[in-house]
Design a protein around this ligand. Structure first.
Ligand SMILES: [Zn+2]
Length: 539
């Protein structure tokens, strides 16, 4: 290439740079837990408020949480870090560390297991397992006065979206919104909101009024989901029922009200330097788990979410804040198998309880004449860990025998060993065509991941006991991987795009919009030119 052409190209790049939009003063990053691309597509024509506004921005309908471990903690760890779980280290909601001295060998993703008294069920909340910085931390390097704030329905969502240096971080614990930050001043907003929520929870709640759209859902597909009637509910709640509270639109409304209160009280978006507000809305996930994704309940939830987001954006507008929004999800989801079977998925089924790690581990250990449980694992899928009390030779025997048991089972699609995954490069390029081992590689972190990993066949729901939940996610299949990624800012040129992109692309795109350079090779994602244009820099 001639020197003259290079000089001309440099001028061509420099000219639009001069007219680049000023950085927004507030970046609002919203995760709607379990908001699959399928749900977005289904309800998009019916959105009229907040989600309609976001759909009018740069709307990617084929976003991907590209990895296999499509759970809340890994998913949230990708959104504001630009990295797959293979780099964030957040391989699951819960994994096993068999070297732990305590009797509970499970580790919660947002736990500090070194804290005295912490266990995977009753844990000390901490970001120590997140191995990479978040957007808020990147911003603080360039803009020292920038604030990094989160409010979320789940602690792991708030932690994974803010990382090691939050200014405020609040999440629901089942009774009240709390923080893990020691010494940070408690905003009045939280004191007020917790009192109002406690008062509301103490009262029963009448069912929501349905709509023609949602009534049609209730009529057409009410069914027994895991032995419970699902599809016709409208969120009636008895006094004090906190489980019903969090699986209802009420929960997201309160989370957004706290977000608005924090914006007001902390004057977010009103300083000289840009702030980050991360919001994770958990009700969609609890509604999906409790009632499935295709009944009246999810219909009412989607319409309420649209309204609540609309009210939140109207509040930001009323304060004259120059803000930009991205909304995505930590993972998708699947309807109850009983209703799936009536909707053209004859193979939809619940997992065989015999696939559980404990059942398989005991059976294999007994066959080999070995003591102990053989295997540790959360369920019949995901990471499996071989008992460390065994000798290396015995452990090899257990791996080989257990892998053979899983591979022979008709509900199992694939099993990959840690050695196979370690030998596989972290995939790049379009996530659409990634093979199963590539999907599993993107959420494999040596030393933390299991000795092998089990992937179930499509449409197998990994819930056998439906006493708590009837539907879920967590598979490598696109119903769990595909999520919307919606960017909006006042004046943005709207486009609806089919191009597959990844949640790891969000961080570099937002960083570019505020002039923060992310060193090449330090993340997995790529700046999206459809959103950030020339601000993405030369490719
Ligand atoms: Zn979930």
């Amino acid at each position: 290439m001639s020197k003259l052409f290079l000089a001309a190209a440099a001028v061509a790049l420099a000219t639009p740079a001069a007219s680049q939009p000023a950085p927004p003063k507030l970046i609002v990053a919203i995760s709607v837990d379990q908001f699959s691309a399928d749900l977005y597509e289904e309800y998009r024509p019916h959105f009229t408020a907040g989600l309609a506004r976001l759909a009018s921005g740069v709307a990617f309908r084929n976003g991907y949480q590209s990895h296999n471990a499509t759970e809340t903690c890994p998913g949230h760890s990708t959104i504001l870090t630009g990295s797959h779980p293979s780099r964030t280290g957040i391989i699951a909601n819960v994994w096993f560390d068999l070297s732990l001295q305590r009797s509970d060998k499970a580790v919660y993703c947002a736990e500090d297991e070194r804290a005295p008294g912490s266990s995977s069920l009753s844990y000390t909340v901490s970001p120590i397992h997140l191995m990479v910085p978040t957007l808020g931390e990147w911003l603080k390097l360039r803009y020292p006065a920038s604030r990094n704030v989160a409010v979320a329905g789940k602690d792991r969502a708030a932690v994974m979206m803010t990382g090691q240096k939050p200014d405020q971080r609040w999440y629901w614990t089942g009774k009240t919104f709390v923080t893990d930050l020691k010494g940070a001043a408690v905003p009045q907003t939280l004191t007020r909101a917790n009192a109002l929520i406690a008062a509301a929870l103490a009262q029963p709640r009448a069912p929501l009024e349905s709509t023609p759209l949602c009534r049609a859902k209730a009529r057409s597909i009410a069914i027994e989901g895991g032995g419970k009637p699902v599809g016709t509910g409208a969120f009636a709640r008895s006094a004090g029922d906190a489980a019903a509270f969090r699986a209802s639109p009420e929960f997201d409304g309160d989370t957004l009200a706290i977000a608005a209160g924090l914006v007001e009280e902390m004057q977010l978006g009103r300083g000289a330097e840009p702030d980050v507000l991360a919001v994770s809305l958990s009700a969609t996930d609890y509604v999906g788990h409790s009632y499935g994704t295709e009944g009246q309940e999810m219909c009412l939830q989607m319409l309420a979410l649209d309204r609540e987001l609309g009210d939140f954006f109207a509040f930001l507008d009323s304060r004259g804040i120059d803000y930009s929004v991205v909304l995505t999800a930590d993972h998708g989801g699947l309807d109850v198998p009983e209703r799936q079977r009536t909707a053209g998925h004859p193979d939809a089924a619940r997992i065989d309880p015999g696939l559980g790690a404990a059942a398989v581990g005991r059976k294999v250990a007994a066959q080999l004449g070995l003591p102990g449980p053989g295997l540790f694992g959360e369920s019949g899928m995901g990471d499996m860990y071989v008992d460390r009390a065994l000798t290396p030779a015995q452990r090899k025997l257990v791996v080989d025998a257990a892998v053979a048991v899983y591979r022979a089972h008709p509900q199992v699609e694939a099993v990959f060993t840690a050695e196979q995954l370690a030998a596989t490069p972290v995939p790049t390029g379009s996530p659409v065509g990634w093979s199963l081992i590539q999907r599993a590689r993107a959420s494999f972190y040596p030393g933390r991941s299991g000795d092998f990993i089990v992937l179930l066949k499509k449409d197998i729901t990994p819930i056998a006991d439906t006493s708590r939940y009837v539907a879920t996610h967590g598979s490598p299949w696109d119903y769990d991987r595909r999520v919307p990624i919606l960017f909006w800012r006042r004046g943005i040129a709207g486009q609806a795009l089919d191009t597959p992109v990844e949640t790891t692309d969000i961080l570099p795109t937002l960083a570019a919009s505020v002039g923060v350079a992310i060193p090449a090779g330090s993340i997995d994602g790529h700046c999206l030119a459809a959103v950030a244009g020339q601000q993405c820099g030369p490719r």
